[in-house]
Design a protein around this ligand. Structure first.
Ligand code: CMC
Length: 431
C-alpha cells in the first residue's frame, strides 16, 4: 500500500521514527503514526479528529472540498436519481449493486424480519406518553439483544448477517411504534407486500379503523431522504458504533450507541433543531437579528443546518434535497410553505454574509430535510428518528466491515493528563 515514508526526529532527545505514508483509492495521503509511541515515546494530540483517520474503509468516499459523496464508488446524485433505499442498502452492505435475483432475495430477507416480538411491545408501555422517540429508540433497539440469542455469535459471519438484516428490518417498525405510543394510538403491524418506505409510512399513519392511502410524492421523498442519509463514512455516530463494536459488544448494543450519538443537535439532531429555529425566527423580518446572534461569540446560538466538518464548499446532499423540497411543497397544503420561504431567505442572507463565507459555512443536508418531513406530517420529534432509520444500514455496514477485518483491535485513544500530580490521601477531618 506504500513505498513512501516520513522520518520524524525529536531534536531534544534524538529519538526518531520512520512513518509509512498510505494512499487510499482517492483522498489525501495518510501518515501511519501507530508506531510513534513505541519508537519515540510520544502520543499525538487531535481532539475532534481534525486530521486523524481511525480506520480503513471501502464503503463511502467524501471529498469535502469538491462536494463529492459516493457510496461504493457510485455518485450520490446517480443513486438519488435512479435507485431506491433497499437497493442502496444492499450496495452498502455487500459492495455491489444487486442483480434482480439478489435484490429479490435481499428484499425477502428484510421483509421476513420486519415484525418485532409481541412481548417487546410491552416495553413501550413503560415509557411516559411524552417520552422523546429517540429516547425510546435507544432503549428498545438496545433491548433487541435480549431477544436474539440464537444469532449473537459475532465471530460467525452468518450470525452477523442475520443481525444486520434484523436491525435494518425492525428499525421502521420500532420507530413507528415510538410515534404511535406518543399519540396513544395502537401499533400497526408491518405489511410485507409494501416496499421499505411505503411500509414505514403506513405503520406511522394507518389506524386499525382506517388504512393509509400511500401518496407517491411522500414515498418518493422518504426514499430519497433515506438514500441521502444512508451513510457518511466516519461521522460521530458511525465512529461510536465502531468504537463500541471494537470491544466486541453485540450489534444491537452497538447500534443503540450510534442512535444515542446521532441524537445530538450538532449531528442528526440538527434536523429537529432547524425546525425549532425556524419556528423561533418566525418571520423574515427577524432574520437579521438571528444572523447577528449566530455571529456573536458570547451567544451560544448557532445557525442550525449550516456548516459541516468535511464539506467546505457545498453539501451535495443539500443540493439534491433542496429540489425535492420544491416538489413536495407544491403538493401539500400551503401551511408549511412559509417555513420553506423563511428557510430560503435565511439561506440567502447567510450565504452573502462575510462571517459565513469566510468560515465556509453552507447549508447542510439537515437544513432542508426537516422541512420536507414536516410537509409530510412527520412530527418534529420524529425527524432525528427518520435519520436513524436511514443511517442504520450505514452503521451496520461499518460494523460488518470492522468485524470482518482480521487486524481489528479494541479502540483505545490516549490523553494529555492535566489533573493533579501525585498527592497523599488525607482523612476527612484534615481536609
Ligand atoms: N452557526 C454559526 N457559526 C458556526 C456554525 C453555525 N452553524 N458552524 C460553525 N460555526 C463557526 C464556529 O463558531 C467557528 O467559528 P470561529 O472559527 O470564529 O471560532 C467556525 O465556524 C468553525 O466551526 P467549528 O465548530 O470549529 O466547526 P466543526 O467542524 O467543529 O463543526 C458542525 C461542524 C456541523 C458541528 C458545526 O458547523 C455546527 O454546529 N453546525 C450546526 C449544526 C448542524 O447543522 N449539524 C448538522 C451537520 S450535517 C448532518 C450530519 O451529518 O450529522
Amino acid at each position: 500500500m506504500t513505498n513512501k515514508f516520513v522520518n520524524l526526529t525529536n531534536s531534544t532527545d534524538g529519538l526518531s521514527a520512520e512513518l509509512p505514508l498510505y494512499l487510499g483509492t482517492e483522498g489525501p495521503e495518510v501518515l501511519d503514526i501507530s508506531t510513534l509511541y513505541r519508537d519515540m515515546g510520544v502520543f499525538t494530540y487531535d481532539p475532534g479528529f481534525m486530521a486523524t483517520a481511525s480506520c480503513k474503509s471501502s464503503i463511502t468516499y467524501i471529498d469535502g472540498n469538491k462536494g463529492i459523496l459516493r457510496y461504493r464508488g457510485y455518485p450520490i446524485e446517480q443513486l438519488a436519481e435512479n435507485s431506491n433505499y433497499l437497493e442502496v442498502s444492499y450496495l452498502l452492505l455487500y459492495g455491489e449493486l444487486p442483480t434482480s435475483i439478489q435484490f429479490d432475495i435481499f428484499k425477502g430477507n428484510i421483509c421476513y424480519h420486519t415484525m418485532v416480538k409481541e412481548t417487546l411491545k410491552s416495553f413501550f408501555g413503560g415509557f411516559h406518553h411524552d417520552a422523546h422517540p429517540m429516547g425510546i429508540m435507544v432503549g428498545v433497539v438496545g433491548s433487541l439483544s435480549a431477544f436474539y440469542h440464537d444469532s449473537l455469535d459475532i465471530h460467525d459471519p452468518r450470525h452477523r448477517e442475520i443481525s444486520a438484516h434484523r436491525l435494518i428490518a425492525k428499525m421502521p417498525t420500532i420507530a413507528a411504534a415510538s410515534y404511535k405510543h406518543s399519540i396513544g394510538e395502537p401499533f400497526i403491524y408491518p405489511r410485507n407486500d409494501l416496499d421499505y418506505c411505503e411500509n414505514f409510512l403506513r405503520m406511522m399513519f394507518a389506524t386499525p379503523c382506517e388504512d393509509y392511502q400511500l401518496d407517491p410524492v411522500a414515498v418518493k421523498a422518504v426514499n430519497l431522504l433515506f438514500i441521502l442519509h444512508a451513510d457518511h463514512e466516519q461521522n460521530a455516530s458511525t465512529s461510536t458504533v465502531r468504537l463500541a463494536g471494537s470491544s466486541q459488544a453485540n450489534p444491537f448494543a452497538c447500534i443503540a450507541s450510534g442512535i444515542a450519538s446521532l441524537w445530538g443537535p450538532f449531528h442528526g439532531g440538527a434536523n429537529e433543531a432547524v425546525l425549532d429555529m425556524l419556528n423561533e425566527i418566525g418571520d423574515v423580518s427577524q432574520i437579521d437579528k438571528y444572523i447577528a446572534k449566530a455571529k456573536d461569540k458570547d451567544d451560544p446560538f448557532r445557525l442550525m443546518g449550516f456548516g459541516h466538518r468535511v464539506y467546505k464548499n457545498f453539501d451535495p446532499r443539500a443540493t439534491i434535497i433542496r429540489e425535492m423540497c420544491h416538489e413536495v411543497l407544491k403538493t401539500v397544503s400551503a401551511e408549511d410553505n412559509p417555513l420553506f420561504e423563511l428557510a430560503l431567505e435565511l439561506e440567502q442572507v447567510a450565504l452573502n454574509d462575510e462571517y459565513f463565507v469566510e468560515r465556509k459555512l453552507y447549508p447542510n443536508v439537515d437544513f432542508y430535510s426537516g422541512i420536507i418531513y414536516r410537509a409530510l406530517k412527520i412530527p418534529n420529534n420524529m425527524l432525528t428518528v427518520m435519520f436513524a432509520i436511514a443511517r442504520t444500514v450505514g452503521w451496520v455496514a461499518h460494523w460488518l466491515e470492522m468485524m470482518a477485518d482480521p487486524k481489528q483491535r479494541i479502540g483505545r485513544p490516549r490523553q494529555i493528563y492535566t489533573g493533579a500530580g501525585e498527592r497523599d490521601y488525607r482523612s476527612m477531618d484534615k481536609r
